[in-house]
Design a protein around this ligand. Structure first.
Ligand code: SF4
Length: 422
């Protein structure tokens, strides 16, 4: 009680009295906060009017809590902002990643922007966001934008604001470069159409692998609706209805107690049905003043093993159910998933490099799609020998135990073998 009274007095001194608070208000407020995660009083009663620069900085920072690891905070003019590198056609391009708002009506248990937390909330108007991006772009600090948001009042209204901002960027500021637009959970399907028309890539965050897991961390979110958004996006992309050429999704690892097996099952579902370009994974880390603040953070190796598995599924022809799991349905943390699979299939090795099918070569440790296409090209000119393999950059130390060259093992004296487990 004393704490809330003190908060109220501080608020009053700092920002001006907005309304008279009675003792009854305080008692009611405290009891509600305990059970409903209402915001604390100081942010509840004070109206904040930050400048554009502060909003851009804070909403960029908040977006960094969302997904990617390769973030850089840039202090130079015109805005202090958060930029991450996206790779496009072999080139890293700087992307301005920002939230439209970090004020959310939802109460996802793991999320820093959930409505029950007490911290400063900011929102950008579409005109402000478009102007900030145009300034950054004309200063050559960024070459694209990734726009996401918390759900301020309702998902449709939030989508309208985001779409309006991108419309301004496209039509008023005549920006033709890369735009990634997040589709808000629960937003009506017709917003997907406009997003596909305007953006180069759209994404829907699944966050968890199925509805029962999602219900544990995002009480207001519907897994089936997210799948519907993906299905509709796929249909429009395939019909060439706009600019968008791809869609992605993201999972939070460890917040809902899900296993890797559940995530791999869902990867299978989304890759087979919705033609996703790729999936992103984000380790759960506990955020103070949330219901999961006492939970342990998810280890980074889990994220790495899932990314490796995802890569094998997308680029190497592996099926999700080929991944080697432990008794709890999780990937093995101490070994690369490809090597784990190879160790379970000694009957398939060694493979003859001069006659093996491309799919067989792709299963050899150390071989990737580029290595395999170089081998096939060399093979079309004649039989290969170990020297040829060295010339095309085959990692012989890793691959030699699994290969035959013209019926013979590669000589380990010429090529010392040291298997790495990582
Ligand atoms: S809807 Fe998004 S921003 Fe809002 S609480 Fe849930 S995860 Fe956080």
């Amino acid at each position: 009680m004393v704490r809330y009274l003190a908060e109220f007095m501080l608020s009053t001194l700092g920002g001006g009295l907005v309304r008279v608070v009675t003792l009854l208000d305080l008692l009611y407020y405290k009891s509600c906060r305990e059970y409903l995660w209402l915001p604390k009083m100081n942010s509840f009663y004070l109206h904040q009017t930050p400048d554009l620069s502060t909003k851009v900085k804070e909403l960029g920072k908040a977006s960094g809590e969302d997904a990617f690891s390769s973030y850089e905070q840039v202090d130079s003019l015109p805005f202090r902002c958060w930029i991450y590198s996206a790779s496009s056609q072999g080139r890293a391009i700087p992307i301005f990643k920002v939230l439209m708002s970090n004020s959310c009506r939802n109460n996802c248990l793991y999320c820093a922007s959930r409505s029950g937390r007490d911290f400063p909330r900011y929102s950008l108007k579409p005109e402000e966001l478009a102007h900030a991006f145009a300034e950054l772009y004309s200063s050559r600090m960024v070459e694209g934008i990734f726009l996401s948001s918390a759900i301020e009042d309702n998902p449709d209204r939030t989508m309208e604001q985001m779409i309006r901002a991108i419309e301004l960027i496209r039509f008023q500021y005549k920006f033709r470069g890369y735009v990634h637009l997040k589709l808000m959970p629960g937003a009506k399907l017709h917003y997907v159409e406009r997003a596909i028309e305007l953006a180069d890539r759209v994404s829907v965050n699944l966050e968890a692998p199925n509805q029962s897991r999602l219900s544990k961390i995002g009480p207001n979110k519907e897994f089936a609706h997210a799948l519907k958004q993906m299905e509709y996006a796929k249909k429009l992309i395939e019909q060439g209805m706009g600019r968008a050429r791809s869609q992605t999704t993201q999972f939070v690892l460890g917040a809902s107690g899900e296993s890797d097996e559940e995530i791999l099952d869902t990867l299978n579902l989304v890759y087979e049905n919705f033609n996703l370009r790729r999936c992103y994974f984000r380790c759960f880390h506990p955020v103070p003043d949330t219901p999961l603040e006492g939970y342990p953070p998810t280890v980074k190796w889990r994220e790495r093993r899932l990314y490796q598995s995802d890569f094998l599924i997308r680029n190497y022809g592996f099926k999700p159910d080929e991944m080697v799991l432990d008794a709890g349905g999780n990937l093995l943390l101490n070994i690369d998933p490809k090597l784990a699979w190879v160790n379970c299939h000694p009957e398939l090795f060694p493979v003859e490099i001069n006659t093996a099918e491309p799919e067989e070569l792709l299963r050899v440790p150390g071989f990737g799609p580029r290595t395999v296409s170089r081998i096939l090209e060399l093979r079309s000119r004649g039989k290969l020998n170990p020297g040829d393999l060295r010339r095309v950059g085959v990692p012989l130390k890793r691959a030699a135990p699994f290969l035959l060259v013209d019926g013979r093992r590669i000589d380990s004296k010429d090529c010392p073998i040291r298997l790495s487990l990582l």
